[in-house]
Design a binder for this molecule. Structure first.
Ligand code: KMH
Ligand code: ZN
Length: 295
């Protein structure tokens, strides 16, 4: 097996992640952007129907302001779990202006997974800072809560830092790597950049691809062909489904990504397959109808 094969998940179905809200996109960009926990949960349920296995979550105040209120995360995760077994993943990237403590607010919701950034960058015009001790804080807190991690990496140095942290025992195994392309200040959305981001990953690492900007669809297609474990879509990354046409919903973006995966000869992971691939068991509570009555 050559080095390229060691990072191929080609024999597995492709995990689809939806990132429905993010922290930067607004209703001026796409009026269908969900804001409230109810709107996000309904949107995520429709995305699960369309093939999504993971929901990468940020929350908003009702007026759309990015929020670090843990109550909103708690409500959002609970409402999603009422409707679906989809893997819930909270961002600890938050918004560029949030403190590290604010960025970790979503962990209060006891999600299935959380992201962890492994480096700093310019995020467009703004600094987006995660120093090593910040990443270690996220690792410690998620470890204590039994929350699985995905490393969010926007440049080659972030991948190298994740590998360094793994070697030092500062990141737990298995490493789940989300490679992000096209953010101004990070690596570009090109085939060469994909090669560069993959090269440091230890053999067998699960990797998914997120891309923003006009090369998104091409890079996601390339990732599927190169054996990615997963790809990500959603309003956090792109509000257009094709050049000049806004997506009607996050679910439309997920359905489109599912079509792309099948067109390229791979299948889309069910939620059960997603949980097995990511080694993330369900934390959903049994429904009240099924639990014994108290009296
Ligand atoms: N909103 C960005 C500054 C993540 O969720 O891990 C960070 C972000 C990445 O969205
Ligand atoms: Zn995010």
């Amino acid at each position: 097996m050559d080095e390229a094969d060691t990072v191929s998940w080609d024999e597995h179905p492709v995990v689809l992640t939806v990132a429905p809200t993010g922290a930067e996109v607004t209703r001026d960009d796409n009026p269908a952007l969900p804001h409230t926990p109810d709107e996000i949960a309904a949107d995520v349920a429709a995305c699960a129907e369309a093939g999504a296995g993971v929901a990468h979550l940020h929350v908003r105040e009702e007026d759309g302001t990015p929020s670090a209120r843990s109550e909103l995360f708690v409500e959002t995760v609970a409402l999603i779990r009422e409707r679906s077994e989809i893997v819930t993943m909270v961002s600890t990237g938050g918004a560029v202006w949030m403190s590290m403590e604010e960025r970790m607010a979503g962990l209060e919701a006891a999600p299935d997974m959380a992201g962890v950034e492994t480096g700093s960058m310019n995020f467009g015009e703004e600094p987006f800072i995660t120093i090593p001790s910040d990443a270690r804080r996220v690792v410690e807190r998620t470890g204590a809560l039994g929350v699985a991690l995905e490393a969010e990496m926007f440049d080659v140095g972030h991948v190298l830092q994740a590998v360094r942290m793994l070697e030092r025992g500062e990141l737990p195994l298995p490493l789940r790597a989300n490679l992000v392309f096209g953010v101004p200040g990070g690596v570009d959305a090109s085939p060469e950049a994909l090669d560069a981001m993959l090269r440091p990953l230890p053999p067998g690492t699960y990797w998914s691809v997120t891309a923003v900007g006009r090369h998104q669809r091409r890079l996601l297609a390339l990732a599927v062909l190169r054996g990615a474990g997963g790809i990500r879509v959603g309003f956090e990354d792109a509000v257009y489904i094709r050049r000049g046409r806004l997506a009607a919903s996050n679910a439309e973006l997920v359905a489109d990504a599912a079509d792309l995966v099948r067109t390229l000869g791979r299948s889309v992971a069910t939620i059960d397959e997603t949980r097995a691939i990511l080694s993330v068991p369900s934390r959903r509570r049994p429904s009240t109808a099924a639990s014994p009555t108290a009296s």
